[in-house]
Ligand binder design. Structure first.
Ligand code: 5AD
Length: 345
């Protein structure tokens, strides 16, 4: 089958097999058709509205040593911080003023708060009428349950790569099986579950990327956030070649074809590699943006990779700039919580 016909099939049936995915990923002859098809599928299943999720990077302390990540434990150049409960709640109050309906609580993989205290924070945020997303790494089933009870609705845990060998290489002392088990547990526990991958990791193949996309679909992911790998100083991959914007965009667009009603963010890493990258992503399958609400003095220390846009801008300016750009492309800002609206399966 020609790539153009594969895309047509994906748009109609939302089903593509490994060979078909591989064929699209490994050639560039129908990229524009793919992006247009993903845009139509996005419009049909989740509409024009863009959901804004306010992001609080509440700690950059991390126990892990993912080879690509700027805040890995062994990177001594990072000034570590943990926001106090009051600081977090104050950012949440600001986020409310900005009109965000979801707060994403993100940190390194390290329990910087005891569970009781973390649950208290979640409950207080919940009482401000937010949907809550956690992006805090792997926890135990008991903790997932506890956080859910305290008010968390969604959980982001990127698989990063489904290639067992590459996963092992990139994530010392971690296990692909554990990560997959966590994701399955989160689904079963009733979280809206998000995953995603890094596109362009050194040693990653197109074949493994095709399998990543199949994994998102098999898991029944509610949200898929992905982006290009960007080499980060102070990491073992600082001098490696990074991923490309176009490839990440293609993986995102294919994901939209396969999971038509998922929530898919236009990620910051895409904007880092390409000016207006997030707006391009919104026209190629994405329907979510995660504006940062972390204060300027801390977000400069949350450096997963270099070149993050708007690093020195205030949260208010981030919001205004994004809203202005959305207006420019005729995409309204959603006023609801932005839970997954199931229109498929
Ligand atoms: N380049 C791009 N994305 C990165 N992340 C971590 N380090 C990098 C990097 N160097 C992504 C990971 C993680 C998410 C929070 O940030 O995919 O899941």
């Amino acid at each position: 089958m020609q790539n153009i016909d594969i895309i047509k099939k994906g748009e109609e049936l939302h089903k593509l097999n490994y060979e078909e995915l591989y064929s699209i990923i490994s050639s560039s002859d129908a990229d524009q058709e793919l992006f247009k098809a993903a845009d139509r599928v996005r419009k049909k299943y989740v509409g024009d509205e863009v959901h804004l999720r306010g992001l609080i990077e509440f700690s950059n302390i991390c126990a892990n040593n993912c080879l690509y990540c700027g805040i890995r434990a062994l990177n001594r150049d990072v000034k570590r911080y943990k926001l106090s409960k009051e600081e977090i709640l104050s950012l949440a109050r600001s986020a409310k003023k900005y009109g965000y309906m979801t707060l994403v609580m993100q940190s390194g993989e390290c329990s910087v708060y005891e569970d009781d205290e973390f649950c208290e924070i979640l409950s207080e945020i919940k009482s401000m009428d937010f949907a809550i997303t956690l992006s805090i790494g792997e926890k135990s089933p008991e903790q997932y349950a506890m956080y859910k009870k305290a008010g968390a609705d969604r959980f982001l845990l990127r698989i990063e790569t489904t290639d067992p060998e590459l996963y092992q290489k990139m994530h010392p002392n971690m296990s692909l099986e554990n990560r997959m088990a966590s994701l399955r547990y989160l689904k079963a526990a009733g979280y809206e579950t998000g995953t995603g991958n890094l596109v362009g990791l050194p040693g990653q193949t197109d074949s493994s990327i095709a399998k990543d996309i199949l994994f998102f679909s098999e898991l029944g992911a509610d949200m898929i956030g992905l982006g290009p790998f960007i080499p980060s100083p102070g990491t073992p991959l600082a001098l490696s070649k990074g991923g490309t914007f176009i490839k990440a965009l293609k993986v995102m667009a294919l994901t939209r074809l396969l999971i038509p009603d998922a929530n898919i963010p236009a990620t910051t890493a895409m904007e880092t590699l390409q000016p207006s990258g997030r707006m391009i992503a919104l026209a190629s399958g994405a329907n979510v943006i995660m504006p940062n609400v972390t204060d300027e003095s801390h977000k400069v220390e949350y450096n997963l990779y270099p070149g993050k846009p708007a690093l020195h801008e205030s949260a208010l300016k981030c919001r205004d700039d994004i809203c202005k750009k959305l207006l420019g492309i005729g995409r309204p800002v959603s006023k609801d919580y932005g839970f997954r609206k199931r229109g498929f399966r």
